[in-house]
Design a protein around this ligand. Structure first.
Ligand SMILES: [Fe+2]
Length: 295
């Protein structure tokens, strides 16, 4: 079955039409979706009917889902019961209502307003993120995506030459510290040591290159801290120029899938007295297809 795809932004982001993801998909459809991911970087599926289990099952077709790490704090209560599910909501785990302004979960998630790519701070970085909307505020709270592939293509040859082979260190603690939040337990810090990744990422399936940076990137190896931070800032700016950004306005039932190795994203502000319940599953960066199912 050929996918029905509608481009949402020139050269970047597309909507997949007429595909219900709650049901198991044939291998051929999964392969077509992976091809579409390689082409568009961001895929939108409207009008879905997913629960946590079917969202995780869909993710599992593309790679092993990561497990949520920030659960080492004694007494922490998680709202969602699945270890593969990241709670991107503004809801309190006990009351289910919008959380207090100073809630720790809110402080950690405020970092999502910075341009980033999921799990660049892990040794095995994030591959595809799949974010599903259960509740959305009446306005605001969009997610913006930047195209790191076209950003790379547009770099001057001298900059391409400069960054080829360079590596940056990424840490969740760094991106949160830039917002003044440093309240991580020793166990959390031990569970999330910094990770090093190249500034240029290559899609092994297409050969296309991307810049790979994020708010988590603290410095460039072998370069003075300030110089590296300016380079990181320049590359983030290159990938988030207005003409490279797709802004997704959420509706309940939307699933948005993006490739963290070729895009940046950030959440936009909204009136937090309204519930915004988005739940994310992210696959680890292993070669696709990672499971061969019997045909
Ligand atoms: Fe994110």
């Amino acid at each position: 079955m050929a996918l029905s795809v509608r481009e949402l932004h020139p050269g970047f982001a597309a909507e997949v039409l007429d595909l219900a993801l709650a049901q198991p998909l044939p291998d051929a459809t999964v392969a077509e979706l992976q091809d579409a991911m390689d082409r568009h970087g961001v895929l939108v599926f409207r009008g879905q009917h997913l629960d946590d289990h079917s969202q995780i099952a869909f993710a599992r077709r593309f790679g092993p889902p990561e497990r949520y790490v920030l659960s080492y704090r004694p007494g922490i209560k998680l709202r969602l019961g699945q270890p593969e599910m990241v709670d991107v909501s503004n809801l309190d785990a006990t009351t289910g209502q919008p959380q207090d302004r100073n809630a720790r979960h809110r402080m950690v998630n405020l970092g999502n307003r910075l341009w980033h790519t999921d799990s660049s701070f892990k040794q095995v970085r994030g591959a595809l993120s799949m974010l599903y909307a259960h509740a959305v505020p009446p306005e605001g709270g969009e997610t913006e995506f930047g195209d790191c592939r076209t950003a790379y293509d547009r770099l001057p040859a001298s900059v391409k030459q400069q960054i080829e082979g360079l590596e940056a260190e990424h840490s969740l603690m760094h991106s949160r510290a830039t917002l003044g939040f440093t309240d991580f337990s020793p166990e959390e810090r031990a569970a999330l040591p910094p990770a090093v990744h190249k500034l240029v990422s290559v899609n092994p399936r297409t050969g296309r290159k991307s810049v790979y940076v994020a708010s988590h990137a603290s410095h460039v190896l072998g370069m003075p801290i300030a110089e590296g931070r300016l380079l990181i800032a320049d590359l983030i700016e290159a990938a988030t120029r207005p003409d490279l950004v797709y802004r997704h306005a959420w509706r309940v039932g939307d699933l948005v899938v993006w490739d963290n190795r070729r895009t940046l994203h950030r959440g936009m502000p909204f009136d937090e007295s309204y519930p915004r319940d988005l739940r994310r599953v992210t696959t680890s960066d292993v070669a696709f297809p990672w499971v061969t199912s019997p045909t």
